[in-house]
Design a protein around this ligand. Sequence first.
Ligand code: ADP
Ligand code: MG
Length: 234
Amino acid sequence: TEEILLKSEKVSLIGDLAAGIAHEIRNPLTSIAGLVQLINESDREKNSFFKDIILTEINRINFIVSELMVLAKPHAVYFSWFNIVESIQNVIDLMQPEANLRNVIISFDKEENMPLVYGERNQLTQVIINMIKNAMEALPDGGEISLFAAPFDGQVVLTVKDNGVGMTDEQQKRIGEPFYTTKYNGTGLGLMICFKIIQNHGGTILVDSTLNKGTSFQITLPVHASSPVDPVHK
Ligand code: ADP
Ligand code: MG
């Protein structure tokens, strides 16, 4: 259960990513192509069955592409000083209804006088969303998600902890690889996107997880402008 520093080299392999995307999108496309050929004018029942699968496959492609859009340059990527505590609270408020449905209790503790963070607010919000989503999905029978924010040594440390299913050491080594997922309906893109964003902010992510006990992700962000990628308004 020792902490593993998630290596940023994982996210720099653009060729791997491209290969993964090609593969993940080709599978549903192949299935769609096959099904279209099976459509038979006279068998309405079969046609409607094929139609449902085709729509599911198209939705799958759509979902993968929309997850990847986070990495594409949005209209405005700009770094600014902002209150990350406020952003975390907004995400929790947004996810509260789903947490209630899943019997998940989300708590958030922060130290007084949290410094502002210099970063891309939308992207960092996306990181918090992805982390809380994963924590919820790790709690199939409900449980607790605890968030904690504190200043430390000129940095801001955010912890997202759950008492869910946890991970094996093998899993911990692989998370963040594009398309690595253990979920039936997962894309395996959430953490890759988190690593990429935190790397762009000059920060780090640590994971500490024990199977059947839970998982804790620790994100460290420099408070001062480090060398953000494309800090200017685009
Ligand atoms: P996805 O959620 O689509 O599977 P992610 O990149 O978000 O993709 O996560 C990759 C994998 O990492 C998950 O499939 C799961 O095995 C593991 N994982 C991530 N967060 C947690 C967590 N909080 N608890 C247990 N396993 C996790
Ligand atoms: Mg995820």
